[in-house]
Design a protein around this ligand. Structure first.
Ligand SMILES: NC(=O)C1=CN([C@@H]2O[C@H](COP(=O)(O)OP(=O)(O)OC[C@H]3O[C@@H](n4cnc5c(N)ncnc54)[C@H](O)[C@@H]3O)[C@@H](O)[C@H]2O)C=CC1
Ligand SMILES: CC(=O)C(=O)O
Length: 302
């Protein structure tokens, strides 16, 4: 069994359970600890997941916040979710207090732990988690625009008739309304997306709207999103546990913008190992700057 492999999931609702489910079938964790403010939720999720765990051979159990603070990777999925029509940023009033409670109850947090923030608004909460935990910036990561980037690649995969995993394209900035697509740097097979005949026919505003609006479309139809983020967060945990040094767009403090937002980053054991500066067109750089400004306005209140 690899080291760095005890993972806690704090918040055992739909997102936490989907993550646990996706993670246990990767067979990379020595143990998954489930924590929630509701003992009934913990009991129910562990009972249900344990049936799946018996097939995957991953140990899963309920735990206290103090135990979670001693695991290698702490994933925070606790908190309120958006209602239909509600922007993620509106959740900050409720989820600030949830996060304060979660971080406080896990103290003393292991100094070499990596925190993966998933609850919304994820960029602001990643900034707050860093401040409250006192951990170095590279050890506090937000899932950020990894999910939006996945959504973009799925959509582009249909347009270009290629597997989404073969598309190198990023959604950057806020995991929210001000996010932007880095079209200029996008490639398929090393060829710039902008050079393909199909690119000329793309309505970029419409694609942007589809990608940034996908969460709300799902929320309107079934009340919440959880499988997509469950898979993305499990992949991030996998990348950390195996020190894979894979590049994903995640939320991290970026010196250049003076704020916590998503840029592509190399991820491994100690969390973020490097943040890449994507070559953007002038218009794209302005969009990313506005996204940073929008986030800074809220971030500076915390
Ligand atoms: N970053 C992303 O891409 C995504 C983020 N989310 C966010 O994930 C969060 C969770 O969503 P769901 O699981 O659907 O909600 P949910 O309502 O199903 O679960 C939330 C869980 O948090 C628990 N909780 C509340 N306060 C707590 C505390 N102090 N300590 C421990 N547990 C606590 C609740 O008891 C509940 O079980 C929301 O903020 C949502 O917006 C959801 C989808 C994607
Ligand atoms: C809810 C959310 O943040 C998402 O699905 O993107």
């Amino acid at each position: 069994m690899v080291s760095h492999s005890r993972v806690s999931i704090v918040g055992a609702g739909a997102v936490g359970a989907s993550l646990a489910y996706a993670l246990m079938f990767k067979n990379i964790c020595s143990e998954i600890l489930i924590v929630d403010v509701s003992p009934d939720i913990v009991k129910a999720q562990v009972l249900d997941l344990a049936d799946a765990a018996s097939v995957s051979h991953t140990r899963i159990r309920g735990a206290t916040p103090e135990e979670a603070g001693q695991t290698d990777i702490i994933v925070i999925t606790a908190g309120a979710k958006q209602k239909d029509g509600e922007p993620r940023t509106k959740l900050i009033q409720r989820n600030f207090w949830v996060l304060k409670n979660v971080i406080g109850s896990m103290q003393p947090i292991r100094q070499d732990a990596v925190i993966l923030m998933v609850s919304n608004p994820v960029d602001i909460l990643t900034h707050i988690a860093r401040k409250l935990s006192g951990l170095p910036a590279n050890q506090v990561i937000g899932s950020g625009t990894y999910l939006d980037t996945t959504r973009l690649c799925v959509h582009l995969g249909e347009i270009f008739d290629v597997n989404p995993s073969s598309i190198n394209a990023y959604v950057l900035g806020e995991h929210g309304d001000s996010q932007m697509i880095a079209w200029d740097a996008a490639t398929i097979g090393g060829q710039r997306l902008t050079s393909f005949p199909e690119y000329q026919a793309i309505d970029k505003k419409a694609v942007s709207k589809i990608v940034s609006g996908k969460a709300m479309e799902i929320i309107r139809l079934k009340g919440a999103t959880f499988y997509g983020i469950g898979a993305c967060a499990a992949d991030l945990v996998h990348t950390i546990i195996l020190n894979k040094k894979v590049v994903h767009p995640v939320s991290v403090y970026v010196e250049k913008y003076g704020v916590t937002l998503s840029m592509p980053a190399k991820i491994g054991w100690e969390g973020i190992q490097h943040v890449y500066d994507v070559p953007l067109s002038k218009e794209e750089e302005e969009r990313l700057q506005s996204s940073a400004d929008a986030l800074r306005e809220i971030e500076q209140l915390y």
